[in-house]
Design a binder for this molecule. Structure first.
Ligand SMILES: CC(=O)N[C@H]1[C@@H](OP(=O)(O)OP(=O)(O)OC[C@H]2O[C@@H](n3ccc(=O)[nH]c3=O)[C@H](O)[C@@H]2O)O[C@H](CO)[C@@H](O)[C@@H]1O[C@H](C)C(=O)N[C@@H](C)C(=O)N[C@H](CCC(=O)O)C(=O)O
Ligand SMILES: Nc1ncnc2c1ncn2[C@@H]1O[C@H](COP(=O)(O)OP(=O)(O)OP(=O)(O)O)[C@@H](O)[C@H]1O
Length: 490
């Protein structure tokens, strides 16, 4: 792209040095700079991209977008802007020619349920023969290939790159998990969402946002950023049972489709039943009543499926058609996913790492609990992140007859500090603190009797554990099945 044209995306700037003709690529990481690139220096939490400008030049950068004049060679163009974080969104959208304008963009935000709802919508589209791409906690899924991503919502440059790739591959839709960090840090700059979905707002990430008010306001950006062009067929999907929905409704003029179980909603579920590993409910919709059956477990997944149905309806799909496809939906990986094994007890793998999600995961298992048998709940939490939620997590876990307190990704935090914080919230004494997760999993199996249920929460789809800054292979399923087979001589 012509350098002049690309830089026209930044109206307020001071340019020092010669203006090159062409820019071949944009980068925010000095390690991935290609020859004739533009490099944007971003101040991070741990390191400052300005310190890597010379490295970027060594690797072939010819234009540096920076917040201050840097001691670089005179033939390197320096573009000084007030805020490089804002600049990268504007540049990336321009460089990739605003790809979100040509793909139906679906954004899902909320404390819990983002991966589940995005996965459900993606799977429904696939089963209807529509090509879509997906990005979120699990990675970037394009053409069935999963590419690793560092974040639930990637940085602004990677985001535009992913949408561009989805467009080039002929995807009709791109479904994105939209985190509050992503919104607050401008990672979604230039993304023109067509469908904005809210799941729920409960305690998480207060280390970053400070208060629930700030956390909720950050999520609201998804709705306020939909814009004012009412000629566009944009759709807002809100959870009628969450008080934040009223605030989000006030942030947008686009049509709102509500869903829920308790309050009045356009899409409402009643008569929820669980039998033979399936969930059944009656759907009340603007197109009448439908019996819905699905392989997804738990009331929380009824909410997630309702959100998806409302979004499809908003874009003109018949409810009956969507309901037909729901029955074929596979379980979402690592979200109350039942492990298939020959063990005499049931194992569920789940990703709950907030108080609300833990409550919902136990709720989901309750219908399968046999008389006189127990639920064993293993729960961990990440090191160095929102510590204030830990006691509340254990308090919710206390509904299980036996609880194992452990770690998710301890990073640099001591095991005992994590399990000690969790233990403060326990409301009974039937629990063990075992920081080493593999050992904790084996302990959970050692206390399981025939007919019990074990829920392993916190790692979900992940097949690793991060201790200090090293990623080790770890699978709750593999460890539990091996220990269980040994215990029961299978
Ligand atoms: C605290 C935080 O948000 N950190 C994010 C931040 O990292 P950072 O501040 O340490 O800084 P950095 O990105 O490593 O470095 C700053 C700049 O220097 C550049 N650099 C760095 C090194 C080098 O050699 N050369 C170089 O050019 C980097 O490319 C970057 O442009 O910027 C990185 C790139 O965008 C993110 O991957 C990283 O997310 C970390 C992994 C993270 O864990 N973030 C969490 C808090 C987060 O964002 N979570 C949300 C919510 C998840 C949920 O819903 O549960 C998410 O969306 O993931
Ligand atoms: N709608 C929901 N309401 C409450 N809890 C939910 C809901 N959907 C899923 N959960 C619970 O939250 C856990 C995480 O679900 P999911 O991964 O879909 O959420 P998420 O918003 O993507 O979370 P994260 O951003 O932290 O990855 C699930 O394993 C389940 O226990």
């Amino acid at each position: 792209m012509y350098a002049e044209e690309l830089l026209s995306a930044l109206p307020l700037k001071q340019v020092i040095g010669p203006m090159p003709t062409q820019i071949k690529d944009i980068a925010i990481d000095s390690r991935s700079v290609q020859p004739k690139s533009l490099f944007v220096c971003i101040k991070g939490e741990t390191v400052d991209g300005h310190d890597f400008a010379q490295k970027a030049v060594d690797n072939g950068a010819i234009v540096i977008v920076t917040e201050r004049v840097l001691p670089l060679a005179e033939d390197i163009t320096q573009v000084i802007v007030a805020d490089t974080n804002r600049a990268v969104g504007l540049l990336a959208a321009k460089f990739f020619d605003y790809p979100s304008n040509e793909v139906t963009m679906v954004g899902v935000t909320g404390t819990n349920g983002k991966t589940s709802v995005t996965g459900i919508i993606h799977n429904l589209l696939q089963s209807m023969g529509e090509k879509s791409a997906l990005s979120g906690t699990i990675g970037f899924n394009l053409n069935g290939i999963l590419y690793e991503t560092a974040n639930t919502t990637s940085d602004a440059l990677s985001t535009q790159q992913m949408i561009f790739r989805a467009k080039m591959e002929g995807c009709r839709a791109m479904i994105m998990e939209v985190s509050s960090h992503g919104l607050a840090l401008g990672r979604l700059a230039g993304v023109d969402f067509d469908i904005a979905i809210f799941t729920n707002l409960t305690h998480d990430h207060l280390d970053f946002h400070g208060t629930m008010e700030e956390y909720g306001n950050a999520k609201g950006l998804l709705f306020s950023q939909l814009g004012q062009d009412l000629a566009k067929n944009k759709v807002v999907v809100l959870n009628a049972d969450d008080v934040w929905s009223k605030k989000y409704a006030a942030l947008t003029q686009f049509p709102i489709y509500t869903y829920g179980i308790q309050e009045d909603a356009a899409f409402k579920a009643s008569n929820i039943r669980y039998a033979n590993g399936m969930t059944h409910f009656t759907l009340h919709s603007p197109e009448g009543e439908f019996d819905v059956s699905m392989h997804l477990l738990g009331e929380f997944n009824v909410y997630n499926v309702l959100a998806a149905i409302a979004a499809f309806y908003g874009r003109g799909f018949a409810v009956e058609l969507v309901v037909e496809h729901i029955e074929q939906l596979p379980p979402v990986k690592g979200r109350m996913e039942k492990v298939q094994s020959d063990l005499p007890f049931d194992i569920f793998i789940d990703y709950a790492h907030t108080p609300d999600a833990i409550e919902k995961a136990i709720d989901a298992a309750m219908p399968y609990k046999r008389d006189g048998k127990k639920i064993i709940f293993l729960v961990g939490t990440g090191g160095g992140r929102d510590k204030s939620k830990r006691p509340a997590m254990a308090e919710k876990a206390s509904r299980a007859e036996y609880v194992v307190l452990t770690t998710d990704d301890p990073r640099y935090e001591e095991f005992d500090s994590i399990t000690g914080d969790l233990a403060k919230g326990m409301t009974h004494d039937q629990f063990a603190c075992i920081g080493d997760r593999a050992e904790a999993v084996r302990h959970a199996v050692s206390v399981a009797d025939e007919g019990d249920i074990i829920i392993f929460a916190g790692k979900g789809h992940e097949d690793y554990q991060i201790v200090e800054n090293t990623k080790y292979q770890h699978s709750d399923t593999e460890i539990a099945v091996e220990a269980g087979r040994k215990k029961f001589n299978l």
